[in-house]
Ligand binder design. Sequence first.
Ligand SMILES: NC(=O)c1ccc[n+]([C@@H]2O[C@H](COP(=O)([O-])OP(=O)(O)OC[C@H]3O[C@@H](n4cnc5c(N)ncnc54)[C@H](O)[C@@H]3O)[C@@H](O)[C@H]2O)c1
Ligand SMILES: O=C(O)C1=N[C@H](C(=O)O)CCC1
Length: 254
Amino acid sequence: MANETGRIRVSVVGAKGRMGANVVKAVTDAADTELALTLDAGNDLTEISPDNTDVVVEFTVPSVSLSNVLTLISQGVDVVVGTTGWTDDKLDQVRAALANAPRADQAVFIAPNFAISAVLADYFAGLAAKYFESAEVVELHHPNKVDAPSGTAIHTAHTIADARRAAGLGPVPDATETDGGSRGQVVDGIHVHAVRLRGLNAHEEVLLGNPGEQLSIRSDCFDRGSFMPGVLLAVRKVSGHAGLTIGLDTFLDL
Ligand SMILES: NC(=O)c1ccc[n+]([C@@H]2O[C@H](COP(=O)([O-])OP(=O)(O)OC[C@H]3O[C@@H](n4cnc5c(N)ncnc54)[C@H](O)[C@@H]3O)[C@@H](O)[C@H]2O)c1
Ligand SMILES: O=C(O)C1=N[C@H](C(=O)O)CCC1
């Protein structure tokens, strides 16, 4: 979708945040997108409508994202979401809202990570998982992050678990008898560990082990600019994909 200038009109919700500010710049700088409204906490999302916006990019906080997305669906616009914290129940609420959306071809796209390195790390982990007895995920982020583990690490744990199930692998070996929390959070049978450290941005390492060998798959996003090509790709693609689509891999030729 595009306006009479041929550019996609993009509004940003969470525009004052770390990611939102980068999206405002990326949308302003790209030749085929044009910045429409910029909203943040306290603003009225019903200002956004098809009269001024083709696609909304939403980067806020997990506690408000579902409510924002439901409001934006009822406003008749397509939405690209980067905020984390999505559960099956929340995703079902989005699907239900889309089924009753003002436009029949309305679209919502949600991705836990827009960086190509992170999407590929997740993809490669899915390919490799069936060959290894052990698998664990370590995610490392800046200490301002409010959720743990990261949305990306949760997604990767499910990717690994799905591959292990499909290959008929049982539980990962683990003789731990006492654990005060050091073994991390178990997501779909996979241990996920979260590090918060000043100086870091967004990083993930997948550890896969067999007797006598180990494979490490690591993604390092040193700068939030690394997410912007993926955000713009989703902005360009979302309106052709009615309904709810999850994961940037959908739009990549993997
Ligand atoms: N998908 C990805 O590639 C990716 C990359 C980085 C971060 N993230 C996720 O994006 C989210 C935002 O991260 P961040 O570092 O930009 O956080 P941030 O705290 O810097 O920004 C969040 C912004 O949302 C605003 N906000 C809060 N409530 C709001 C509301 N009700 N309506 C509108 N705006 C509201 C805040 O005022 C703030 O400006 C997090 O969930 C993070 O995990 C995803
Ligand atoms: O900085 C953040 O916050 C990030 N959040 C996403 C996540 O939780 O996976 C993506 C990486 C950066």
